[in-house]
Design a protein around this ligand. Structure first.
Ligand SMILES: NC(=O)c1ccc[n+]([C@@H]2O[C@H](COP(=O)([O-])OP(=O)(O)OC[C@H]3O[C@@H](n4cnc5c(N)ncnc54)[C@H](OP(=O)(O)O)[C@@H]3O)[C@@H](O)[C@H]2O)c1
Length: 274
């Protein structure tokens, strides 16, 4: 059998880039898709990787990117919906465009990619979608994170809901609920709405920003731990649907599951002086 092929979105940095390199090193063909391939210096030139333009928010770009990947490799076995952005800050202070952007990349993006891929997976009677969510897709953990929460909760619902109708075609769905990892570029790319000093929200903004600034990198998992979880989700034969990965996420979910929601919300709020 020829080598399997994986298509990954958002491979210009962070987890997507590391996942692309990992699968190529494991002998897979990799369709490494990104919005701005001209900026790539890490993936091009690798003999198992094809760098392909694909903006997940643009349906035409998604269709063209998927078609180019199928044309290049003949068959795609796994798709990793990795591209994602973070819009933080009080909801009231967010620009309309920021709200739309959060939804467009993290929710509409995977919808666009899944819809473009389905004819191919259906024809093959096989295929796996690995959707990169977050523990913020299962529970809230940070005040002013409502938009990001919304996007990952939506991805969770999309993935669960789709699992029924795609079952007859042998198409699998998997979720990765990761937390932060060492060398994180996500916080650098996040948009934090504050509208000046934040007005009535200034105190909570200060608390949240302090929490982000004080993240102790040494406590975080290596990115490879998350990449390994993606690999396991992409290849495992058993039915495991969700993987909560990382010390932070597992501790938080243990707390979330140990108490009534009202107590949990009080506990998180108190951590931020609310
Ligand atoms: N790092 C964390 O703390 C953490 C925790 C839990 C979950 N996650 C999730 O992990 C995934 C990867 O994040 P990361 O940590 O690796 O952050 P990252 O380095 O900021 O990577 C995000 C990627 O998404 C791409 N992207 C943004 N808009 C796009 C679009 N319209 N079309 C295609 N690609 C687009 C970015 O490409 P450009 O260079 O073109 O912007 C970038 O390659 C995300 O889904 C994130 O929500 C991250």
């Amino acid at each position: 059998m020829s080598n399997p092929t994986i298509l990954i979105t958002g491979t210009s940095s962070g987890l997507g880039q590391k996942t692309a390199l990992h699968f190529a090193e494991q002998g897979w063909n990799v369709a490494a898709t990104m919005r701005t391939p001209e900026r790539d210096t890490m993936l091009r030139g690798h003999d198992r990787i094809a760098v392909i333009p694909l903006d997940v928010t643009d349906v035409d770009s998604v269709r063209a990117g998927v078609a180019a990947a199928i044309e290049r490799f003949g068959r795609i076995d796994v798709v990793v919906n990795n591209a994602g952005v973070g819009a933080y800050g009080p909801l009231e202070l967010a620009e309309e465009a920021t709200i739309d952007w959060q939804f467009a990349v993290n929710v509409r993006g995977p919808i666009n990619v899944i819809r473009a891929m389905l004819p191919h997976f259906r024809a093959n009677r096989a295929g796996t979608f690995v959707n990169v969510s977050s523990y913020m897709g299962l529970t809230s953990a940070v005040p002013t994170g409502s938009l990001y929460n919304m996007s990952k909760f939506a991805l969770e619902g999309l993935t669960e809901g789709l699992s029924y109708e795609l079952r007859p075609f042998g198409i699998r769905l998997r979720l990765i609920e990761s937390g932060g990892f060492k060398g994180n570029s996500f916080l650098d790319n996040m948009v934090f709405s504050r509208a000046g000093d934040g007005g009535d929200y200034a105190a909570v903004i200060t608390n949240v920003e302090r929490r982000f600034a004080e993240v102790d990198e040494t406590r975080l998992d290596d990115a490879q731990t998350i990449v390994d979880a993606i690999h396991a989700a992409a290849t495992r034969e058993d039915a495991r649907f969700r993987t909560v990965i990382g010390a932070d996420g597992n501790a938080l979910m243990a707390m979330r599951n140990s108490m009534p929601i009202e107590d949990y919300l009080d506990t998180i709020a108190a951590q931020f002086g609310l």
